[in-house]
Design a protein around this ligand. Structure first.
Ligand SMILES: Cc1cc2nc3c(=O)[nH]c(=O)nc-3n(C[C@H](O)[C@H](O)[C@H](O)COP(=O)(O)OP(=O)(O)OC[C@H]3O[C@@H](n4cnc5c(N)ncnc54)[C@H](O)[C@@H]3O)c2cc1C
Length: 396
């Protein structure tokens, strides 16, 4: 939230603009609104807005005397709330929006001038008998000028060494960040990724992906060209009481790991001061048990926070769905349709989906069926959730 009240005191006669999102009914809810109130009513106005589920994105003194570098006023026309005319209760459900996007760092380092990070660790995340290779790789970002900062839910770009078939330097590839903004070691200058080595057969030949192979093979102390951060689609809401449903397949777990560390990892909670009290429900889809990523951490969170965390696995080659076929993540979604939609009806609930693009049709189908069972039309509900900033998708 942007706050600029200057040195206000109880006898202050100045007026303030309170910038609000998700407040009011109908069309009003979707627009940013500005309420102008005297200082004497500032506190009660803020409380009323919060009680009604509005998200305050800024508070500004408007007499020009604050002199503390206040942010410029946002564009929408101001509405004036006369004395005692604080916002009235809204009939429509509240919306818990993602944080003010303006404060999220983007493109600190661009492809032409990337940051040179140093690999600090690179280890396998999969167990014996797993299909393919997936590694956890951490880079030290210390010494950046400016420092490469990021928040949970963003991605960074990696430019692999070498040249392509035309002799040109390789282009960057994006990877979802798997660490919180404090990094795995809490030192606030590392970033971690969860990378699957791309490998496929073509004309009888095994082809390995350029960047994913470069990363999975990389040794500690190696220097790597990093760009970004990018992305505002997958940001967590600020609300400590939000509910977060996570649908992940394979490396789509990366942002979810960052969220779950932010929510439940003791050192992280101490540092971030964000004491999550909502419900987090992770649906994780993999082909085999040894392909489960960060499973021990999540099982630990489950023990520590049984009232706040649920963890549902779909292991396609080992479990069967109700029809006797392979158990995919969408089958788990269908199994729990009622509970999922009860949660979604709560305006504090956000849904995050991440993984291979191929997961989208299955999830869409499951949500359509699940919504229909509750008398809801998913084709209408999904865009409404998206518009409310509660439906977050990053597939690749
Ligand atoms: C926002 C975002 C976040 C991402 N996050 C992650 C992440 O967290 N972890 C992760 O591992 N990846 C992630 N990716 C994917 C990543 O960016 C790369 O695309 C991936 O690692 C492959 O890059 P590569 O250089 O290894 O493959 P490349 O050498 O670039 O090869 C990829 C190309 O190979 C071809 N190809 C691929 N599969 C086949 C096939 N079966 N048959 C024939 N041709 C094929 C396609 O032409 C494809 O474009 C993310 C992508 C995006 C956009």
């Amino acid at each position: 939230m942007r706050v600029s009240t200057g040195r206000a005191n109880q006898s202050d006669s100045r007026m303030f603009n309170v910038v609000v999102e998700g407040f009011g009914i109908g069309q009003q809810r979707q627009a940013e609104r500005v309420f102008t109130v005297p200082f004497s009513q500032l506190q009660s106005t803020i409380q009323t807005i919060a009680r009604q589920g509005g998200v305050i994105t800024g508070v500004f003194a408007i007499d020009g005397s604050s002199g503390n570098g206040a942010d410029p006023m946002p564009a929408p026309a101001a509405e004036t709330a006369a004395a005692g005319d604080a916002p009235t209760p809204a009939a429509a459900p509240a919306v818990t929006k993602a944080p003010a996007h303006a404060t999220v760092p983007v493109n600190t380092y661009k492809p032409k001038t990337p940051f040179l990070g140093t690999v600090t660790e690179n280890y396998s995340l999969v167990g014996e008998g797993a299909i393919g290779r997936v590694n956890h790789i951490t880079f030290d970002l210390a010494g950046g000028d400016p420092q490469l900062e990021y928040v949970e839910g963003q991605s960074i770009g990696i430019i692999p060494e070498g040249t392509d078939a035309n002799g040109k330097p390789h282009k960057l590839r994006l990877y979802s960040i798997a660490s919180t903004r404090h990094g795995d070691n809490m030192a606030t200058h590392t970033v971690s990724l969860c990378v699957r080595q791309l490998e496929y057969e073509q004309d009888g030949e095994t082809i390995k992906g350029v960047c994913s192979t470069y990363l999975c093979d990389i040794e500690p102390a190696a220097k790597v060209k990093i760009t970004g951060p990018v992305g505002k689609e997958m940001l967590l809401p600020d609300d400590e009481e939000a509910n977060v449903i996570m649908l992940a397949t394979g490396t789509g777990i990366a942002p979810m790991r960052a969220y779950l560390r932010r929510m439940f990892e003791p050192a992280e909670r101490d540092k971030n001061g964000w004491h999550f009290r909502g419900k987090a429900w992770l649906f994780m889809g993999v082909p085999k048990t040894p392909n489960l990523l960060y499973d021990a951490d999540f099982e630990h969170y489950l023990k520590q926070y049984p009232d706040n965390f649920r963890y549902t696995k779909a292991i396609s080659r080992e479990q069967q769905n109700a029809k006797g076929g392979r158990m995919y993540i969408q089958d788990r979604v269908l199994e729990h349709a009622d509970e999922i939609f009860t949660l979604i009806e709560d305006p504090k609930t956000h849904v995050y989906m991440c993984g291979l693009k191929g997961m989208e049709p299955g999830i869409d189908e499951a949500m359509t069926a699940a919504a229909a069972a509750k008398g809801l039309d998913w084709s209408e509900l999904r865009p409404a959730l998206k518009k409310a900033g509660r439906w977050h998708v990053e597939t690749y």
